[in-house]
Design a protein around this ligand. Structure first.
Ligand code: ASP
Ligand code: MG
Length: 455
């Protein structure tokens, strides 16, 4: 079996839903389970509605919810052209969900407070609606879609807004709920993003969490592939909005893809965790171009040459430079420094050190003033804001200094703030000013992927 996941834009309107259903129909032989995101923008609409409820603006709440309801009805109606029994049952389901959300929103208005639990309940409605819509539309088109409540399948802890699955319970539930459907040649359709706690409360897996849901289901059932359908041809050598010459990467290892996902590549950063644990291949595909093979992500890529695969960047980070003569030959100094980070709960990303200095990057700039004050008691400290990490991700980047030569040559004339490349050779990270970042990325991309002789 395979898991097929569609993102919000892939189910954003009637044409896109029809296209997605086509993609599922063509893969019927592979026993698909479908996971869908909310229609694009709906999760944000729901967040707005809960905020309007909280600030006692019932008119605005009604407007938003009516528009969300209408959008789902319109899509269904456009897809069936005429009303049928399936359409009538769909409308009943739709109204049931809308009633539920009205109740929660009234609760929020009454309390004047949005608890994390209530927020998850509200946000989960987007995927509930889209999955019901998708399943019914399949049926209206004579395909054996069957709606499954995600809360029956994905069991999580109770960290609302960013829950973690309990894989043992989820595996049992997936076997119990999904397998019998597949055996009867049904096509289960469930909403991504949603889970439930042991006590039965609805949780969400974090924004953009539907990818993660798909991987969880795939891992729970040992799928032969998890397919993430988006609106680009897979993972690219760079964000195409930054670099025109960006091209699709055919194959990536889990390690490489995880590194890219942590930089905001087209995947929820936790998506690969369950896939890695159960060794389930993940493929990223384009709904606008279903014939293309996309990017296949697996544990090992056979015959993969060492070298760079992709460039990512993260703007708006800060660098903390710390130097002190007390470090010279001393022990325990670094422990002391990092203790201050620990106390202020500041997470460190990159680190470089020399005998008398340490530089670190942090992407959450909260508490930095406090950190600076405390570190000043033992060292000279200089915090630079508005910096950008550029990561060149690949396999065994230390194998040949040609990669480094090309990267540094490409950065001629651009001031470098930090450089880091660990023994794993997975990620050569550079820090530059935000203002230099786009130029630097373009130039490195050109040197590594567009120059006549690729590295
Ligand atoms: N609908 C959710 C969001 O917008 C989850 C997802 O799209 O994957 O964050
Ligand atoms: Mg998404």
């Amino acid at each position: 079996m395979i898991v097929i996941k569609f993102g919000g834009t892939s189910v954003g309107d009637a044409d896109r839903v029809a296209n997605a259903i086509e993609i599922v129909a063509e893969r019927r032989q592979r026993k698909p389970i479908v996971v869908v995101s909310a229609l694009s923008g709906v999760t944000n609409n729901l967040v707005d509605a809960s905020e309007a409820a909280c600030s006692q603006d019932p008119k605005r709440v009604r407007e938003i919810i009516a528009a969300v309801r209408q959008r789902h009805e319109d899509v269904a109606l456009q897809l069936v052209q005429q009303k049928s029994d399936f359409f009538e049952s769909f409308i009943k389901q739709l109204d049931k969900q809308i009633e539920e959300i009205d109740t929660i929103l009234r609760g929020i208005a009454l309390l004047g407070e949005i608890t994390p639990r209530a927020r998850d309940k509200v946000m989960s409605i987007g995927e509930k609606l889209s999955s019901v819509l998708f399943a019914y539309t399949m049926m209206m088109r004579a395909l054996p879609g069957e709606h499954v409540h995600s809360e029956e399948v994905i069991w999580t802890d109770d960290r609302f807004g960013g829950a973690t699955p309990d894989m043992a319970k989820t595996r049992d539930a997936a076997q119990r709920v999904l397998m019998p459907l597949l055996e009867r040649n049904r096509i289960p359709v469930m909403g991504g993003f949603i889970g439930r706690t042991e006590a039965g409360a609805t949780t969400t897996l974090g924004r953009n969490g539907s990818d993660y849901s798909a991987a969880i289901v795939g891992a729970a059932l040992g799928a032969s592939e998890v397919q993430i359908w988006t609106d680009v041809d897979g993972l690219l050598t760079c964000d195409p909005r930054l670099v025109r010459g960006a091209r699709v990467i055919d194959r990536l290892s889990f390690d490489e893809a995880a590194e890219l996902a942590s930089f905001g590549a087209k995947l929820h950063p936790r998506t690969l965790e369950p896939a890695i644990a159960e060794n389930v291949p993940v493929r990223v595909l384009n709904t606008h171009n279903p014939a293309s093979q996309g990017t296949l992500i697996t544990r090992v890529v056979e015959n993969a040459p060492a070298g760079p695969r992709s460039i990512a960047r993260k703007k708006g980070i800060a660098v903390v430079h710390i130097s002190s003569n007390k470090m010279l030959g001393a022990h325990g100094f670094l422990a002391r420094l990092f203790d201050e980070f620990e106390r202020l709960a500041i997470s460190v990303d990159l680190i470089t050190t020399s005998e008398v200095s340490v530089s670190v990057t942090v992407d959450d700039t909260q508490n930095l003033d406090k950190l600076e004050a405390r570190l000043r008691e033992v060292a000279d400290v200089n915090v630079e804001a508005d910096q950008c990490v550029i990561a060149v991700v690949g396999t065994d980047l230390l194998a040949d200094s040609a990669v480094g030569v090309r990267v540094f040559e490409a950065l001629r004339g651009i001031r470098l703030k930090m450089v880091s490349l660990g023994r794993s050779g997975l990620n050569l990270s550079l820090v530059v000013d935000n203002a230099d970042a786009d130029r630097a990325v373009e130039s490195i991309h050109h040197a590594l992927f567009e120059a006549p002789v690729a590295v």
